[in-house]
Ligand binder design. Sequence first.
Ligand SMILES: [Zn+2]
Ligand SMILES: [Zn+2]
Length: 252
Amino acid sequence: MNVHDARKSKSIKVLNLYYNNRPVVDFSELKNNWSLWKCAKSCHLTFNQTELKVDFPVPITACNLMIQLDSFYENLQALSLEPLLCPRCSRPVTDEHRICGNCHEKAYQCRQCRIINYESLDSFLCNECGYSKYGRFEFNFIAKPSFIFDSMENDEDMKWGLAAIESESENAHRRYQELLGFKKPLLKIVSSIGENEIDSQQKDSVQQIMFFLPGPSCKIKSKIALLDVLNGEKCKAAFNSVSKIVQTLQGL
Ligand SMILES: [Zn+2]
Ligand SMILES: [Zn+2]
């Protein structure tokens, strides 16, 4: 984690990193559902620390990560010295109602989404969009793809696993049929390029044909473009999807 443009008045004291390996379609399933999360690391930072690196000697397998800012340092002296800045024009706001004298904007608004958190006017993060006026946070993770699933420990896990195997198998079958369906049109286009638009002696390279024969090349070009879409995009997407599902099924 790197903190840019950090302010001196407030900084993170304890940061917790949580993870789980439960694939979900809707992230709201994970929100506030603490039983699904495991704590990977609790980090105690020094005052105004702007860089944090966490190593995991044993890598963790996760499809979801959550960073919790648990507690904060507050420097009241610095807080009293730091002027309240207008979120719109960035000028100091001294008005007792906290209205900017320059542009008349409400100073307690979030700089990014313009919401006012009346419950905590000095909150570290905006409760709506996550913007922080105490610094710009950058998180980087080093990871590699994995298809390992958590081991099944109870009946509920088993039910979930069986349902996942079933739906993934159905998906694999559907995508495989889709992939097979591309075979005929692809063969048809490939053979029609040779038969209709050019004679066999001019087959050396499509590139050459397109260059030397401006007339039929338009048709060839459109066929090549079609081939590109069918083979390069549709087939590739279906193939990647089948491969991914097979790896997922093996992991389950
Ligand atoms: Zn202003
Ligand atoms: Zn906001």
